[in-house]
Design a protein around this ligand. Structure first.
Ligand code: MG
Length: 159
């Protein structure tokens, strides 16, 4: 068994969609980034790659590569799962924590879990998504950005 951790931040700006865990969430601000800027999916991918010591998403999906402009991060998550499988790993469970002052994320969490479940080919019971504010402290508290942490447990496939 191996464990991995991922962390990501994206800036909140006007004129962008807010996509978290593959859910488009109605809000007056969205996340800035080369792809769809789904910070939750990015932290999750880095946790998976970290557990397998396979680098990070910046290395696999460079943000100066036009191929990934506006990318659906759930598609990239599927590619990360394929990479792990090729290297002989299966995923036991993952746990994602999103740090955001606004909007309220609770109503969207079941759909995020479903989206990750589908993208990863894992049961929804293996996927936890949580959200918290940081009590108006720091950049998430000031609504300047949204951060996400993730951990993943992986195991070698039975041979
Ligand atoms: Mg990112």
């Amino acid at each position: 068994m191996r464990i991995g951790h991922g962390y990501d931040v994206h800036r909140l700006v006007p004129g962008r969609k807010l996509i978290l865990g593959g859910v488009e969430i109605p809000h007056h601000l969205g996340l800035l980034g080369h792809s769809d800027a789904d910070v939750a999916a990015h932290a999750l991918m880095d946790a998976l790659l970290g557990a397998a010591a396979l680098g990070d998403i910046g290395q696999h999906f460079p943000d100066n590569d036009p191929a990934y402009a506006g990318s659906d991060s759930l598609v990239l998550l599927g590619k990360v799962m394929d990479l792990l499988a090729r290297e002989g790993w299966r995923v036991e469970n993952v746990d994602v924590t999103i740090l955001a002052q606004k909007p309220k994320l609770m109503p969207h969490i079941p759909q995020m879990r479903q989206n990750f479940s589908r993208a990863m080919g894992l049961p929804v019971t293996a996927i936890s998504v949580k959200a918290t504010t940081e009590e108006r402290l720091g950049f998430t508290g000031a609504e300047q950005g949204i951060a996400a942490h993730a951990v993943a447990l992986i195991e070698t496939l039975d041979r």
